[in-house]
Each structure stands twice: as C-alpha cells, then as structure tokens.
Design a protein around this ligand. Sequence first.
Ligand code: GSH
Length: 262
Amino acid sequence: MLLYEHPLSSYAQKVKIALREKGVAFTAELPESFGTGSQDGPFAAANPRTEVPVLIDGDVTLFESTVILEYVEDRFPDPPLLPREPAGRAFARITEEVCDTQYEAVNWGFGEILWFRRADGELAAHLRAQAAAQTRVLQDWLTGRLGTAEWFGGRDFGWADTAVAPMVNRSVHYGLGPEAGSPLALWHARVRDRPSVAKTFAEFDAAAAKMAAASDLYTTGGRRREYRDHRLEWMVKSGGVEVVLAGLRNGNIRFPWPGGAH
Ligand SMILES: N[C@@H](CCC(=O)N[C@@H](CS)C(=O)NCC(=O)O)C(=O)O
C-alpha cells in the first residue's frame, strides 16, 4: 500500500495510526508536487484536490481521511477501531468530525502564524490569543466526552482516540496542551505511549523541527498554501481577513480545485 502523506498533517497521522494499530504495512511518501496545487503528475491523478492523505491499495485509490479510515476498517476488521453498538459508533464519528473541522482549523491557524509567519505585531498576538482561547473550548469539550474513561471509546482504544491524538498532540507542541494532571493530559500521556502513536508523533516531531526552513518555500519559493473551508473560515472569523488579502496580493495562497488559482 502506498500512502501519500505529510508527517505534519493531522489527517495523515490519523490514517497512519489506524494502519499501524492494525499492523498493516505501507509505504509513506511525500508527493513531489505537494503544496503547489499542480494538476500534473501522479499525486493530482490520484486526488484532484491535491491534498494528503491519499491511499493506493492495488487498483483502489482513495482520498479524504474519513473515507480512507472507513476503508481500512472494512478491509482490515481486526482489531476493530469502531465500537460494535450503533450509539458508540456514532459517538466516535462525532468526535472525529469536530476534530477534523473545528479543532484542525484552530491548529492550522496557529501554524499559519508560528510557522508561516503570516502576521506580526498586534495582529499576530490577536490571532494567537484567539487560537489559545478556542483550543481551551475544544479541549473542555473533549474532556467532557472522555469523562472518567481510559479512552474516548471507553475501555478500548479506538476510532475517536485515533482522531483526537494528532489534534491534542499538536496543541502540546504549540504550548497549548491541556493542564498538567488533567484527564485530557493523562489521556495524552497514555496515547503517546502506544507504539502506533509514538512512531507517528516521532515523524511529526522530525518534520516540525524543519518547519522554519520549509515555510520559506511559501513566502519566496513559489508554493501556495491552500486556504479552504474550515481553515479559511477560521482565519476570517478570528480577525485575520487581512492575512487572506495579503496572501492573495502576494500570490502565496490558493483555493481548492477546481479553479483554485486566481
Ligand atoms: N478533508 C481532507 C483534508 C485534507 C487536507 O486538507 N490535507 C492538507 C494537509 S493537512 C493538504 O494536503 N493540503 C494541501 C496543501 O496545503 O497544498 C481529509 O480529511 O483528508
């Protein structure tokens, strides 16, 4: 199996944790054209949205991390990540949905300031504060869903843990982790000890250490960050519309396919 991915992508991390939990071998590859939006080459042929993750399993080519996770669960049912009973399955999917949309957007927004230096001075401070406040709201929401259980799935590690892990871990990386000793901090300590997660987080750490150099590709190197749906919404609602306008003026942001170039 081939997985097009980027080690910093929370969506890709979710899929890698699932594959590793199930003991499925795969080759991870960073697409050569990643971040360009180019519609040429094998990556765009596999996913016209030119987003990672993409899973290629023989004749089957899939994109969208949730669809990939569902395929992996169907194709390799043991050990299962989704609980058996309908309410538990729906609960896990809601946790994943909020992580993939709201939580991921906050993390992305913080990264636009920290890694991609999209703002400085007062605007940067404002956007960082917005991200910090929203992170707290989301971590409180997750804490409520965890309750007194060991895992988001209850007694067993599962689907929701796979989705939450990259989100909370990235907050920890940003210095916005849950309070020490809190149920969510204790869950994070448990989750990062799992071999599937430890390997995935080690790959994240190695890539994060190189981000200062990589971000120059987007300021001077001709790459364009994709501003889309929840992420674009986050930037606008949090007070960063000027970041979007500057990105358009400077030609270093793009919108999704089709017709994403401007
Ligand atoms: N809804 C998609 C989102 C995937 C996504 O946005 N991936 C980002 C990386 S985290 C990406 O590949 N962006 C393309 C780019 O920045 O050029 C999923 O769940 O797979």
